[in-house]
Design a protein around this ligand. Structure first.
Ligand code: PLP
Length: 376
């Protein structure tokens, strides 16, 4: 994907001056640095960026420059991407399942922090005293938009057994969990932290660190989530649950990078029945809409940059590919006077949108430009 670092003032400026026929990602380094600053000053521990949310070079570079020194990686390719911009960064390899080849490559790249949820996978790592092994705990806790606990993680009893096995290897035992992405309820973290303390007590193991995962919510409906409240809840719950509180780590993806990108899409056609054909869809930058509710922060702008006013009318919106699956879920309220050539601007698309962009059928986000500010 082409990246153009010369800045436009904001996404409306980029849309009107470029008048793009294909979707464009507007990357705002200032917004990303500012959000990194919130984590670095507000979270009472180490902030490790979950690379899968947005592995693009300009994002990794901006985060490293802002002071993020640890990265949660799930594949060798992600390790390479981090090493290319931050050779001295700490890598946490927190995909609990790895091939022998991946383990060898990770060792070569200096990985010393791993997660496990299975005794066989622990044995495969053959951990030594220099390794931190975080046991991945999974609980049935509500609060997230998308549950991560159905694939990875073990319940408290198995977690305690694994933690004992980690300690027996001589490695540094930690616990990690992920409350699920876009987790709007701080109580999910408290529940996990209390359970982690009980697991450590049951195992008779003092934790090296407690990794409270990602899941920090992004602004999807116009209401900016209260990140500092989540930080305070995590710190408070840890102090209360442990006699000797372990050092904390968090690994945000979405909550860190979401606001850094606004996606410019454009109306290709409006058909006789009022349905809209957009130049991007479920195979491109809007892939997440299949699994998560459609964000309600859409801005509709005319080709000359004016706000498209008018009574909201629910419309069927299709993506550009020839697959009939390529339709945005439900109907989307768009102004009555909507015209072909209008722009639909989607703020808060820095997380997962570009990572899931496939290029299927020759469509998708092909270009990233820099903006000095996001949408007002
Ligand atoms: C995906 C992932 C994250 C980031 O999750 P967000 O919801 O984007 O914050 C963090 N840790 C692990 C292990 C993950 O798989």
């Amino acid at each position: 994907m082409q990246y153009v670092p010369d800045p436009y003032a904001d996404p409306v400026d980029a849309a009107t001056r470029l008048s793009p026929d294909t979707p464009v990602a507007c990357f705002c380094p200032q917004a990303l640095s500012a959000q990194a600053g919130r984590f670095l000053t507000g979270f009472a521990g180490l902030t490790s960026y979950a690379v899968k949310a947005n592995p693009r070079r300009e994002v990794l570079e901006t985060l490293a420059a802002a002071g993020i020194s640890a990265f949660d990686v799930a594949s060798v390719e992600e390790m390479r991407a981090v090493r290319a911009v931050a050779p001295a960064a700490v890598l946490h390899y927190h995909n609990p399942v790895r091939s022998q080849g991946e383990i060898a490559e990770a060792r070569r790249m200096g990985v010393a922090s791993w997660s496990v949820d299975d005794a066989g996978e622990l044995a495969k790592i053959a951990p030594g005293a220099g390794d931190e092994i975080a046991v991945r705990l999974a609980l049935k806790v509500p609060g997230a938009a998308y549950d991560f606990g159905t694939k990875f993680g073990v319940g408290p009893e198995q977690a305690a057994a694994l933690l004992r096995a980690v300690a027996a290897c001589g490695a540094r035992p930690s616990i990690t969990f992920h409350p699920g992405t876009q987790c709007a309820d701080a109580a999910a973290w408290s529940a996990y932290i209390r359970a982690a303390a009980e697991v450590a007590r049951a195992a008779g193991v003092a934790l090296h660190r407690l990794n409270v995962g990602g899941g920090f919510a992004a602004n999807r409906d116009g209401q900016a989530p209260d990140l500092e409240h989540v930080f305070a809840t995590i710190a408070g719950a840890t102090a209360q649950a442990f006699e000797v509180p372990p050092a904390l780590v968090c690994e945000p993806g979405r909550g860190l990078v979401s606001e850094a990108v606004t996606l410019i899409t454009r109306i290709k056609a409006i058909r006789g029945d009022g349905s809209v054909f957009l130049n991007d869809g479920l195979y491109g930058g809007l892939a997440e809409l299949r699994d998560m509710a459609t964000p309600r922060r859409l801005r509709i702008v005319t080709p000359d940059g004016a706000e498209r006013a008018g009574r909201p009318v629910p419309r069927v919106v299709f993506g550009p590919t020839c697959d009939s699956v390529d339709r945005l879920p439900g109907e989307i309220a768009l102004p009555e006077g909507l015209c072909e050539g209008d722009f639909l601007l989607w703020p808060g698309m820095g997380a997962y949108a570009l990572a899931l962009n496939t290029g299927f059928n020759g469509y998708g986000v092909a270009r990233t430009v820099t903006v000095s500010a996001g949408l007002a």
